[in-house]
Write a protein that binds this ligand. Structure first.
Ligand SMILES: NC(=O)c1ccc[n+]([C@@H]2O[C@H](COP(=O)([O-])OP(=O)(O)OC[C@H]3O[C@@H](n4cnc5c(N)ncnc54)[C@H](OP(=O)(O)O)[C@@H]3O)[C@@H](O)[C@H]2O)c1
Length: 178
């Protein structure tokens, strides 16, 4: 079975996934009268489970409703347990990423959605990301939480698709080029 780790994320024009206060309201501030999901449902339909950093998990736990139909694996070294009300939806994982992945694959989850800035960066550090769909909101935030960080080597990706939504938002899809 081919295993894939995929990113589907929105950034500002200057590459931030959250603003200086860790907020993401600006992502939804462009008028979207027909609620175009910009490919999210199609993307998520091809995913078996998510791997999410603890910071992102804490944000989604605060939403009015649980957002995901697929199981969420939460990466954390500090969290002792998943809060009671999310235990059927999320599982705590920690340790070496390749070992974490092997255990998740053993459970039958092969196509994984990797989410959270630090989490994506740590996957990229080990060259463990196969595809990235990056939706760019044309705001310069000037600071915040970055999608990308330092890498020890260049990782080349190939652009396979680009779309314009609402005359504002550009979505680019990349696959890792070996
Ligand atoms: N723009 C978007 O589409 C989008 C999408 C997702 C998230 N966000 C935003 O991004 C922010 C969260 O991103 P973030 O960069 O702060 O953090 P993150 O990746 O969500 O979480 C980082 C945490 O994950 C845990 N972790 C455990 N093992 C790890 C490993 N190997 N690599 C990385 N992390 C590991 C650590 O938690 P412990 O400290 O517990 O060990 C670490 O502090 C939130 O504001 C969220 O709303 C935006």
């Amino acid at each position: 079975m081919k295993q894939k780790n995929k990113v589907f994320i929105a950034t500002s024009l200057d590459g931030y996934i959250a603003d200086r206060n860790g907020q993401i309201e600006w992502l939804l501030s462009i008028p979207n009268p027909e609620n175009d999901d910009m490919g999210y449902k199609e993307f998520i339909s091809g995913i078996d489970a998510l791997i999410m950093g603890r910071n992102t998990f804490e944000v989604v736990c605060g939403f009015d409703e649980w957002y995901y139909e697929k199981h969420v694996f939460v990466l954390s070294n500090s969290l002792k347990a998943i809060p009671e009300k999310f235990r059927d939806k999320a599982t705590l994982v920690k340790g070496d990423l390749k070992e974490v992945l092997a255990k998740i694959h053993e459970k039958g989850f092969h196509n994984l959605y990797i989410d959270g800035g630090k989490t994506i960066q740590s996957f990229l550090k080990e060259d463990l990301i196969d595809e990235m769909t990056i939706t760019v909101i044309p705001y310069l935030l000037g600071g915040g939480i970055s999608l990308f960080g330092d890498l020890m080597e260049t990782l080349k990706f190939e652009a396979v698709n680009t779309k314009l939504f609402l005359n504002y938002i550009v979505q680019n899809q990349f696959v890792r080029k070996i």
